[in-house]
Design a protein around this ligand. Structure first.
Ligand SMILES: Nc1ncnc2c1ncn2[C@@H]1O[C@H](COP(=O)(O)OP(=O)(O)OP(=O)(O)O)[C@@H](O)[C@H]1O
Ligand SMILES: [Mg+2]
Length: 309
């Protein structure tokens, strides 16, 4: 049984389709990234998964259960959505204590102390949430989401608005939870650098349609894989080089920027490409090879026209 299973999910609001036949699965212990432009349908998918919205058709299951009807399964899920569920007038401590009680957490006060320390909030424990900074509040929201030690964690943009240090702390906490406790995490994010660091697998959605569902590694390699940047001695050679390589089957794309030619290609063909450029009598001032980032791949995916798959 999959930890999370989205199967042919469709959702319309008043006849307007915002999710169209979306399918993907998340395995136990995975930190899974759910990506897509504003309005793509990420939050809607999560709401359906949580049983807060009914799907128009298709399924969204947590360990085989529909959370809209299965209360027992809800206890194994921790959630942090845009509304963090914290009470402004209660202190940090009181908030965690309240949720601990709600979930029947044993040794509640120990767990509360431990989480406040882990998130660097121990010295603010008696502060009302209203007085906490945005980042502190976000950290407390994550602590709240995991107070009952859930097996599955759903986070909607958990690090937006956090400073770099706090982002890193959240990343470390998530990695640690997945590695040590085999917690399954589904998170949405617009921070691709972060997703690349923390997620092993991703789904990319655009206008309610799934554009990719794969490991980060496969996406990078499968879509152009590696970029070779050549800075040519003479700028006027750049277009000629791009034209020459356009007919090479190992080259998946070229772009020209002044004396710079960027060549997306298979990993194995770098030396062949260099040789053909040299054979054409073109002077190379600099050559740099790097694998494509998740951001490069994402940009391709969301710019592509059509429905994709
Ligand atoms: N309750 C609702 N009624 C009508 N339309 C809705 C409702 N909830 C969401 N939508 C629409 O569904 C689409 C998807 O919204 P959603 O919030 O899922 O996007 P998202 O991917 O989370 O975007 P963002 O990155 O901006 O958070 C949007 O066009 C939004 O306006
Ligand atoms: Mg959203």
């Amino acid at each position: 049984m999959k930890e999370i299973e989205i199967q042919d999910l469709c959702k319309s609001f008043e006849g307007r389709e915002v999710l169209s036949h979306v399918s993907f699965t998340v395995e136990k212990g995975e930190v899974f990234g759910y990506l897509g432009p504003n309005g793509a349908g990420k939050t809607t998918t999560m709401r359906v998964l949580l049983g807060l919205l009914r799907p128009t058709s298709g399924k969204a299951l947590v360990r085989g259960s529909d959370l809209a009807v299965d209360d027992a399964a809800r206890g194994s899920v921790g959630v942090l959505m845009e509304n963090d569920g914290l009470y402004d007038k209660l202190t940090a401590w009181q908030n965690l204590d309240y949720y601990g009680r709600l979930y029947g957490v044993r040794e509640r006060s120990e767990r509360t102390s431990q989480l406040l320390s882990a998130f660097g909030l121990a010295d603010r424990r008696h502060e009302k949430v209203f007085n906490l900074s945005k980042g502190m509040r976000r950290k407390l929201g994550i602590a709240r989401a995991i107070i009952h030690d859930p097996e599955i964690l759903l986070l909607d943009e958990p690090t937006s608005g956090l400073d770099p240090e706090a982002q890193r702390m959240v990343r470390d906490v998530l990695k640690d939870l997945s590695r040590r406790e085999r917690m399954t995490v589904l998170l949405s994010s617009h921070n691709l650098d972060e997703v690349e660091r923390v997620c092993s697998k991703v789904a990319v959605i655009k206008q309610g349609r799934l554009r990719a569902f794969d490991t980060v590694e496969n996406l990078r390699v499968g879509r152009g894989g590696h970029a070779l940047t050549l800075v040519l001695t003479k700028e006027q050679d750049a277009t000629m080089v791009a034209e020459l390589l356009r007919h090479d089957p190992s080259v998946t794309g070229t772009s020209v920027d002044g004396a710079r030619v960027i060549i997306d290609h298979d990993n194995e063909s770098t030396s062949g490409i260099l040789a053909s450029v040299v054979r054409a009598g073109v002077g190379i001032e600099e050559a740099l090879k790097a694998s494509r980032s998740l951001e490069d791949v994402y940009m391709d995916l969301v710019r592509e026209q059509g429905t994709g798959a």
